[in-house]
Design a protein around this ligand. Structure first.
Ligand SMILES: NC(=O)c1ccc[n+]([C@@H]2O[C@H](COP(=O)([O-])OP(=O)(O)OC[C@H]3O[C@@H](n4cnc5c(N)ncnc54)[C@H](OP(=O)(O)O)[C@@H]3O)[C@@H](O)[C@H]2O)c1
Length: 251
C-alpha cells in the first residue's frame, strides 16, 4: 500500500491553467487522481493542463470561471454536485500591488473575492458532499502573507491571512467528520504572480538574499506538499498550514 496513492480520487484544482495550480494538478494526476481544472481563462476544449493530465492516463475536464463573480463560482460548484469530489485545492489567486494609503478599494474587494470568498464558496458547497461521504481533503494555497504583512499588498495580505483563518475554522468543524482542511504557504515562487518582484532588481535581490535555500522556488516545489496533504499519508494532519518556502519563515 502506497499511502500517497490517489487512484480513484477526483480532485478539483482551481487556477489549474498555469503556475502552481498547473504543477499541483499534474502531480495529483501523476499520483492517480482524475482532475477537474478551473481558471478564469481555461479553454474547456483545449488546454495544456488537460493534455498533460490525459498524457498521465487520467481524466480531465476543464472549466472557465471568473472567481471575481460570485454567481459564476456558485453555479460552477453546484453543477458539480452530481459528482463526488474527494479533493479540493483552493489555489486560484490574484494580487494587486499599490501602497496602502493609495490602494484602490475596488482592488481590495477584487482580491478578497477571488482569493478568499470564492474559496469559501467552493469549500462550503463541495464540503457539504464531502461531509455526506465522510471523506474529503481540502487544501488552500495560502502564503507567507498568511503570517506576514508584505509591502504594497494589503488586500492580498488580508485575503491570505483570512485563508489561514478558514483552514482552522473549517478544520474545527469538519475534521471529526472525515474531512481534513489544510493549507500550503509557498515562499517566493517564480510564476506570473511574482513577475513584478522579479522585474524589480532591488526587490528581487533583497528577497533572494533572505531565502536560506538560496534560490526562488518553482511551482513544482509546491506539488509534493499538495499530494501529501491530499493523501491518506496526511489523514491525521488538519487545521495547519505547511510552509514550503526554502526556509524563509524560519529566518
Ligand atoms: N508565486 C508565489 O510566489 C506565490 C506565493 C504564495 C502564494 N501564492 C498563491 O499561489 C496561488 C497560485 O498562484 P501562482 O503563483 O501560480 O500565480 P499565477 O501563475 O498567476 O496563476 C494564478 C492562477 O489563478 C487563476 N486566477 C486568477 N484570477 C482568477 C479569477 N478571477 N478567476 C479564476 N481564476 C483566476 C489564474 O487563471 P488564468 O490562468 O485563467 O488567468 C491562474 O490559473 C495563488 O493563490 C497565489 O496567491 C503564490
Amino acid at each position: 500500500m502506497n499511502p500517497f496513492d490517489l487512484t480513484g480520487r477526483l480532485a478539483v484544482v482551481t487556477g489549474a491553467k498555469r503556475g502552481i495550480g498547473f504543477a499541483v494538478a499534474e502531480a495529483l494526476a501523476a499520483a492517480g487522481a482524475d482532475i477537474i481544472g478551473v481558471s478564469a481563462t481555461l479553454d474547456p476544449a483545449s488546454s495544456a493542463i488537460g493534455d498533460r493530465v490525459r498524457e498521465l492516463g487520467r481524466d480531465f475536464s476543464g472549466h472557465r470561471v471568473d472567481f471575481a463573480d460570485r454567481d459564476q463560482v456558485t453555479d460552477f460548484a453546484e453543477a458539480l454536485d452530481g459528482r463526488q469530489v474527494d479533493i479540493l485545492v483552493n489555489n486560484a489567486g490574484t494580487i494587486r500591488r499599490a501602497p496602502a494609503a493609495e490602494h484602490p478599494l475596488d482592488w481590495f474587494d477584487e482580491v478578497l473575492e477571488v482569493d478568499l470568498t470564492s474559496a469559501f464558496v467552493l469549500s462550503q458547497i463541495l464540503g457539504r458532499r464531502m461531509l455526506q461521504a465522510e471523506y474529503g481533503r481540502i487544501v488552500f494555497t495560502a502564503s507567507l502573507l498568511s503570517f506576514q504583512g508584505g509591502i504594497n499588498v494589503p488586500g492580498y495580505a488580508a485575503a491570505k491571512s483570512g485563508a489561514l483563518g478558514l483552514v482552522r475554522a473549517l478544520s474545527n468543524e469538519w475534521a471529526g467528520r472525515g474531512v481534513t482542511v489544510n493549507g500550503i504557504a509557498p515562499g517566493y515562487i517564480a510564476t506570473d504572480n511574482t513577475q513584478a518582484l522579479r522585474d524589480d532588481p532591488d526587490r528581487a535581490r533583497a528577497i533572494l538574499e533572505r531565502i536560506p535555500a538560496g534560490r526562488w522556488g518553482t511551482a513544482e516545489d509546491i506539488a509534493g506538499a499538495a499530494v501529501y496533504l491530499a493523501s491518506d499519508a496526511a489523514r491525521y494532519v488538519t487545521g495547519t498550514v505547511l510552509p514550503v518556502d526554502g526556509g524563509w519563515l524560519a529566518r
